[in-house]
Design a protein around this ligand. Structure first.
Ligand code: PMP
Length: 293
């Protein structure tokens, strides 16, 4: 049928666990027509003792609430309640390593008026950890990230992702693995669905919050760098500074920590395995597969 569900798959939809194949959604939903919904991308991992653990679920469900409130969607769910429901979705689908996708969406409404209720679906599908040695070939996008005064860019709202889709498709159409987007001022911002770090002389640099979705993985990388005594600085940098970096990586829930082999066909000077960035990648892998304390 597709890579996400089959006849047996169970999802959580507005209070019930039901079959994905039988789930219905209103085609008059404001979310479908205008991209007016918010969502999360969460991972669960089978840990080293065999148990399944959702990585940073509080952070993700708290962000879901913040995203909904930022764009004026009613939100009445409790984070712990949603974590419990998500574990139940994993159990019912016998999933260990999985990608979890909650979406908060709007009722039928063809106007731009606010709604007095929102709906919630939680879907999950198998996703093996990657954390691999593949290095990405990246191309600077002709699309910029949206002006933060045009959107609440810290909100993970569906409509914002049209920008991500066109940028990613442009890179792939031209034979690259992924795009890198600049902000409206010409500084490096982020990838379509991931944050970016560069490494220079043993230091890591990443753009500050402001023109990016400042990710939960990015925050994790900052913690890991502190633990590993790798200096890291949040600052704006240009594409030329990035060409001149020793190494670079993207990080996000879906891509985890993944190195860049080249940017606009310019290779990075360090062998990936010799970089501090690679140490971060290894530490991230260890962290996400660690059993709950
Ligand atoms: N930037 C964008 C635009 C994203 O879509 C994502 C993925 N949510 C990220 C950064 C990384 O965020 P996180 O680490 O929270 O997954």
């Amino acid at each position: 049928m597709n890579n996400y569900y089959n006849e047996q798959t169970i999802i959580y939809l507005n209070g019930d666990f039901i079959r994905a194949a039988e789930a219905k959604m209103d085609f008059y939903s404001q979310s479908l027509h205008y991209g007016y919904s918010v969502f999360e991308g969460i991972r669960s991992y089978q840990t080293t003792n065999g148990s399944t653990r959702i990585f940073k679920p509080v952070e993700h469900f708290d962000r879901l609430r913040q995203s909904a409130l930022a764009i004026n969607m009613p939100y009445h769910w409790d984070t712990q309640e949603l974590i419990d429901i998500t574990y139940e979705v994993l159990t019912r689908n016998q999933l260990g390593d999985a990608y979890i996708r909650p979406v908060v969406y709007a009722p039928a409404n063809m106007s731009f008026a606010p709604n007095d209720q929102s709906f919630l679906v939680i879907q999950a599908w198998q996703m093996a950890p990657f954390l691999g040695e593949k290095l990405l070939r990246v191309r600077t996008s002709s699309f910029q990230r949206p002006n933060p005064r045009a959107f609440h860019i810290h909100a993970k709202a569906a409509g914002h992702y049209v920008n991500s889709i066109v940028a990613s498709q442009e890179a792939r159409t031209n034979g690259y693995d992924e795009a890198l987007l600049l902000d409206m001022n010409g500084s490096v911002a982020e990838a379509p669905g991931a944050n970016v770090f560069i490494e220079k002389n043993g230091c890591l640099f990443t753009p500050p919050a402001g023109h990016i979705l400042s990710g939960i993985t990015r925050a994790t990388v900052l913690e890991l760098a502190a633990n590993l005594a790798i200096p890291v600085q949040e600052k704006y940098f240009t594409i030329e500074e990035m060409y001149d970096a020793d190494a670079a990586f993207f990080c996000g829930t879906a891509v985890e920590v993944i190195g860049l082999g080249s940017l606009d066909d310019r290779r990075f000077s360090l062998i990936w395995e010799n970089s501090k960035s690679h140490q971060i990648q290894k530490a991230y892998k260890q962290l996400v597969t660690q059993p709950a304390a």
